[in-house]
Design a protein around this ligand. Structure first.
Ligand SMILES: *[C@@H]1O[C@H](CO)[C@@H](O)[C@H](O)[C@H]1NC(C)=O
Ligand SMILES: *[C@@H]1O[C@H](CO)[C@@H](O)[C@H](O)[C@H]1NC(C)=O
Ligand SMILES: *[C@@H]1O[C@H](CO)[C@@H](O)[C@H](O)[C@H]1NC(C)=O
Ligand SMILES: *[C@@H]1O[C@H](CO)[C@@H](O)[C@H](O)[C@H]1NC(C)=O
Ligand SMILES: *[C@@H]1O[C@H](CO)[C@@H](O)[C@H](O)[C@H]1NC(C)=O
Ligand SMILES: *[C@@H]1O[C@H](CO)[C@@H](O)[C@H](O)[C@H]1NC(C)=O
Ligand SMILES: *[C@@H]1O[C@H](CO)[C@@H](O)[C@H](O)[C@H]1NC(C)=O
Length: 666
C-alpha cells in the first residue's frame, strides 16, 4: 500500500490531470462487481445461462457447442482514438467440472471483443473465440486469456492444462502450465484446471509499462505476488475505443461445465475485491472430483511439546503411509490375484507418478512410464479414475481376460491394481510411442513408405486377431493412429482395446454419445449405436488413409470439402486425382501400385454400407497379395440404406457379452 502510494506521488501532474478528465468522461459503467449472478443482466448466447443458484454457466452437457457471456454495454478503453489503452483490471472465480474426471473438453476464455456477437465462432479448440476463416486476422481485434483443458496440436498447445494469452487467434502468443508461485516459499505449485475446484484469476494491464499480467490461485489464496503470465504488449493496435468484456467457452467430443462464480472489472484502477463468502455454491455432483493423491499436510500448533509432536508425527506418518499405498480388495478378486500388482510397486516404478514419467494423457487417463523394482521390466501404467463400484467386477474380469490375448501386434496388458476411486492398468512399454507423433508432428522425422506398410500390416493382423483369433469376438471400437503404438522394432501395435467397455459398465457417467473418435465413426454407429466388427473395419479404413495421407481423419480448420479425410480421398478418386492425396512428405519414396492398393483399400473399408466392407481376414489377404482388391465402384448412399441394414444384417455380429464372460473359468 505504502509503496504504491509513493509511486503514485512520483507520477507527473499531467497524469493526475488526465485521470481527472477521465473520471468525468467515463460513465458509471467503468466498473462492476458481481458476487454471483442472480438477476444480473448479461448478454448470453449458446450454452450460456445463469443457474438458479446464481452461477454463470458458460457450457452444459451439450457437445461440440459454445457459449458466450458479455457485460451488456461496451466499455471505453481509450481516452481518444489515437491514445493508448487505459489500464484495466479484472478478477473472477471459476470452476470446471468435466464429464470424465481426467478428461477435459476444450476450455474457456476471458475476452475483450469489439462485438458481443461471437456466435459465428467455432466450438472445440476454437474456444468459441474465432473460426477457421477469421482465425489470426488482425481485423478481429480480440484479446483473450484462455484456460484450456484440451491438448490440441492444431493450436500448438503445450499440454492439456494451460493458461495462454491469445491475440486474434486461438493459437496463444504466450502460454504456460496452470499454477501459481507461492508467496510463502517461492515454489511453483501446479493447479489442475478441470479439478472442479474454484480458482481465482486476476488479469491486469498497466498502461505505463504496457504490461499485461495474468495470475491464478486456488480460492481463498491471496493474489500471489508473482504473475503466472506477464507480457509486455502494446495493446493500442489491438483494442479499439469501445470493447465488450466477457467470457467464451467451448466443448468438444466430451463436455465440461464451465462456471464463473463471481466477477469484477474496472477501467483505470484495481478491480473491486470479490466477497468470496458471498459467492454462490458449486453444484453437488454425483461424481466427486477428489484429487487422486491425498497429500496429508499437518499443521500442528507450535505450543505442543516436542515429545507429543514426535509421537503424533510418527503415528500420523505411519497412517499416511498406510493410506498412501492403500488398495481396494474384494473377495471376487481372489481369482485374479496373479494379475494383480501391489500399488506400492507401481508407485515405486513410476517414482510416485512423477510428471517426468508421464507418457501422455489419453481418453481414459494418464499414462506413466515405469520400471518395475524387482524385475527391472519397463512398463506403462495407465491410471483410469472411476468412482462407482458398479460393474467393476465384470470390467476387471474382462480386462483380465483381454490380458490373456497375446499377439505381437497388440500392446500386452500385464495386470492391474485397484484403489479407491481408481483403476491402474499395467501394459508392456512401447519405446517408440504413438504412431500419431510420427505422422502428424512437424518436428519428428517422417516414416518412410516401407515402414508405413509394415505398420499397416501389423495393425491389420492385430485387429484380425481381435475379431477372429479368440473364443470371443473382441471389438476394438477406437482404432486410430493415436491408439497405435510402436515397439522397439517399429512394429505397429494396437493399444487401448477393451477400454471403451468402461462406458458400458457404468463407470463413466451416463452419456448418450457413442464411444469412439469423430472421423472414425461408421455412419451406422452414429445412427443406431450398433457396434460391430464392421464398424471397426470402417475405422481401420480411415486409419489407412491417415497413414498414407499423413493427416488426421478430421481437420476442422481445412476447407469444408477437405475436412473429413475419407470423403476427401473419395472425391479425389472420383476426379481421378487419387494419388494427390498422399502425404507430401513421402516425396518420391513409394511404389505406385502399393500406394494405389492402400488408398483404395482404405476407401473399400470405409464404405458407408457395412455389408459392402471387407472382413479383416479379407483385408489381410489383400494386403499380402493372396486376394485381389475388388474393383471400387462409385457409390451413392443414403442413410435410409444404412438404417435398413442396421435393422437386418448387423446383429449377426457378436459383441462381447457380459453374461458370457461370467462363465469363463480362470
Ligand atoms: C440489459 O442491459 C441492456 C443494455 O443496457 C438493456 O438494453 C436491456 O434492456 C437490459 N435487460 C434487462 C432485462 O434489464
Ligand atoms: C444447454 O443449454 C442450452 C441453452 O441454455 C439449452 O438449450 C440446452 O437444452 C441445454 N442442454 C442440456 C443438455 O441441458
Ligand atoms: C480479414 O478480415 C477482413 C474483414 O472480415 C477481410 O476483409 C480480410 O480479407 C481478412 N484477411 C484475411 C487475410 O483473411
Ligand atoms: C502474437 O501477437 C501478434 C499481435 O501483437 C500477432 O501478430 C502474432 O501473430 C502473434 N504471434 C503468435 C505466435 O501467435
Ligand atoms: C506483472 O508481473 C510482473 C512479474 O510478476 C511484476 O513484476 C509486475 O509488477 C506486474 N505488473 C502489474 C501491473 O501487476
Ligand atoms: C503503440 O502502438 C501504436 C500503434 O498501434 C503507436 O502509435 C504507439 O506509438 C505505440 N506505443 C508505444 C509506446 O510504442
Ligand atoms: C462479505 O459478505 C458477508 C456475508 O454477506 C458479510 O458478512 C461480510 O461483511 C462481507 N465482507 C465484505 C468485506 O464486504
Amino acid at each position: 500500500m505504502s509503496e504504491s502510494l509513493t509511486n503514485f506521488c512520483k507520477m507527473p501532474l499531467k497524469i493526475f490531470f488526465w485521470a481527472f478528465l477521465l473520471k468525468l468522461a467515463l460513465s458509471a459503467s467503468d466498473h462492476f462487481t458481481y458476487n454471483g449472478f442472480k438477476g444480473v443482466n448479461l448478454s448470453l448466447d449458446g450454452l450460456a445461462g445463469i443457474t438458479s443458484e446464481g452461477l454463470l454457466r458458460l457450457t452444459n452437457s451439450t457437445m461440440h457447442e459454445q457459449g458466450h457471456a458479455f457485460f451488456p454495454v461496451p466499455l471505453r478503453f481509450k481516452r481518444s482514438p489515437a491514445n493508448n489503452v487505459i489500464s484495466f483490471s479484472t478478477t473472477f472465480v471459476f470452476a470446471i467440472f468435466p464429464e470424465h474426471p481426467m478428461l477435459g473438453s476444450a476450455g474457456f476464455t476471458f475476452v475483450l471483443s469489439p462485438s458481443k456477437d461471437l456466435t459465428k465462432a467455432s466450438p472445440n479448440y476454437f474456444l468459441g473465440l474465432v473460426n477457421p476463416t477469421n482465425n489470426g486476422n488482425a481485423s478481429n481485434h480480440i484479446l483473450a486469456v484462455e484456460f484450456d483443458t484440451w491438448y490440441s496440436p492444431e493450436a500448438k498447445d503445450i499440454n492439456n492444462n494451460h493458461v495462454g494469452i491469445d491475440i486474434n487467434s486461438f493459437i496463444s502468443n504466450q502460454s504456460t502450465s496452470a499454477g501459481f508461485t507461492s508467496d510463502y516459499d517461492g515454489k511453483f505449485q501446479n493447479l489442475i484446471l478441470l479439478s472442479g475446484k474454484a480458482m481465482q484469476v486476476w488479469i491486469e494491464y498497466d498502461e505505463i509499462n504496457m504490461q499485461f499480467n495474468v495470475t491464478l490461485a486456488p480460492l481463498w489464496t491471496p493474489k500471489p505476488k508473482i504473475a503466472l503470465l506477464s507480457s509486455t504488449i502494446n495493446l493500442s493496435g489491438i483494442i479499439l475505443d469501445n470493447m465488450y468484456v466477457g467470457f467464451t467457452a467451448a466443448v468438444g467430443t466430451s463436455y465440461s461445465y464451465h462456471y464463473i462464480l463471481g466477477w469484477s472489472f474496472k477501467i483505470d484502477g484495481k478491480a473491486p475485491e470479490l466477497n468470496l463468502s458471498n459467492l454462490p455454491p458449486l453444484p453437488q455432483t454425483s461424481t466427486s472430483f477428489k484429487k487422486n493423491q491425498k497429500i496429508l499436510s499437518l499443521w500442528l500448533p507450535l505450543a505442543l511439546s516436542v515429545f507429543v509432536l514426535i509421537t503424533a508425527a510418527a503415528v500420523l506418518v505411519t497412517a499416511a503411509k498406510k493410506k498412501k499405498f492403500s488398495e481396494l480388495h474384494e473377495d471376487w478378486e481372489l481369482d485374479f490375484e496373479s494379475y494383480r500388482f501391489p500399488y506400492k510397486q507401481l508407485y515405486t516404478a513410476t517414482r510416485g507418478f512423477k510428471d517426468e514419467y508421464l507418457l501422455g494423457i489419453g481418453g481414459f487417463g494418464r499414462v506413466y512410464r515405469g520400471v518395475l523394482p524387482a524385475s527391472k521390466v519397463e512398463v506403462a501404467v495407465k491410471r483410469v479414475s472411476h468412482e462407482s463400484k458398479q460393474g467393476m467386477r465384470e470390467f476387471v474380469a474382462e480386462i483380465v481376460s483381454l490380458g490373456k490375448l497375446r499377439h505381437k501386434n497388440l500392446v500386452q496388458l500385464l495386470g492391474y491394481c485397484r484403489r479407491k476411486g481408481e483403476l491402474l492398468l499395467v501394459y508392456e512399454y512401447m519405446p517408440n510411442g504413438s504412431l500419431e507423433k510420427f505422422l502428424f508432428s512437424e518436428t519428428k522425422q517422417t516414416l518412410d513408405w516401407s515402414l508405413r506398410l509394415q505398420i499397416i500390416k501389423g495393425v491389420a493382423y492385430g485387429l484380425q486377431y481381435l475379431h477372429e483369433g479368440w473364443d470371443q469376438v473382441v471389438i476394438h471400437r477406437d482404432i486410430k493412429a493415436s491408439n497405435v503404438l510402436l515397439d522397439g522394432d517399429m512394429n505397429g501395435r494396437l493399444g487401448d482395446f477393451g477400454l471403451a467397455r468402461l462406458y458400458d459398465h457404468g463407470m463413466a457417467p451416463q452419456t448418450t454419445n457413442v464411444v469412439g473418435t469423430l472421423g472414425f465413426l461408421a455412419p451406422e454407429l452414429a445412427r443406431a449405436c450398433k457396434v460391430t466388427t464392421s464398424s471397426d473395419v470402417f475405422a481401420f479404413g480411415a486409419f489407412l488413409l491417415e497413414v498414407v495421407c499423413g493427416r488426421r481423419a478430421i481437420e476442422p480448420n481445412k476447407q469444408e470439402m477437405e475436412q473429413v479425410l475419407v470423403d476427401w480421398v473419395f472425391t479425389n478418386w472420383k476426379m481421378g486425382t487419387l494419388y494427390e492425396t498422399k502425404d507430401p512428405r513421402l516425396g518420391k519414396d513409394y511404389a505406385l501400385e502399393e500406394l494405389d492398393l492402400i488408398l483404395k483399400l482404405g476407401l473399400f473399408c470405409s464404405h458407408p454400407l457395412p455389408s459392402a466392407r471387407p472382413s479383416m481376414r479379407q483385408v489381410t489377404q489383400i494386403l499380402n497379395g493372396d486376394a485381389l482388391l475388388p474393383p471400387l465402384l462409385p457409390y451413392q448412399c443414403h442413410f435410409s440404406d444404412i438404417d435398413s441394414e442396421v435393422n437386418k444384417g448387423a446383429s449377426s455380429f457378436v459383441a462381447i457379452d457380459r453374461t458370457t464372460l461370467k462363465h469363463f473359468t480362470y
